[in-house]
Design a protein around this ligand. Structure first.
Ligand SMILES: [Fe+2]
Ligand SMILES: [Fe+2]
Length: 131
């Protein structure tokens, strides 16, 4: 999945983070379809968590500073996302690489991002002036 104009939040750095997250998932999906997935799966999970955490910290700070009414909802959704990611990480630790499971991660990430950005992150837009 790719970033599109409907995901604009009014803060360029947040949009860049979102683009990078979509890109990470796309690059890993390509690796999966080219049968290189197993080699990079652990690294993908690790970098996804690191990048998502950095993004989340920054975005939550912006929402707070702008007094965006979606701030609390945003924080709750982020916690849920990281919990969802933990399930995949735990499974990987327990049983190693599974192709179907790896596809489920990229589907989960793509769907979550598209839905979350549209519903919640874009609520920042009217409050983002001056940040
Ligand atoms: Fe968010
Ligand atoms: Fe976000």
């Amino acid at each position: 999945m790719k970033w599109s104009e409907e995901y604009v939040t009014g803060i360029k750095r947040i949009d860049d983070h979102h683009k990078a997250l979509f890109e990470m998932s796309e690059v890993f999906r390509d690796a999966l379809s080219e049968r290189r997935g197993e080699r990079v799966y652990g690294l993908f999970l690790k970098s996804l968590r690191a990048y998502a955490c950095a993004h989340i910290g920054f975005e939550e700070g912006c929402m707070e500073r702008c007094q965006c009414p979606a701030a609390q909802q945003n924080t709750q959704a982020h916690t849920k996302f990281l919990q969802g990611l933990s399930l995949f990480e735990e499974r990987y630790t327990m049983v190693g690489f599974e192709r179907a499971g790896a596809y489920r991660v990229v589907d989960f990430v793509d769907q979550w991002l598209a839905d979350h950005i549209c519903r919640i992150d874009t609520q920042l837009k009217p409050y983002a002036q001056g940040l």
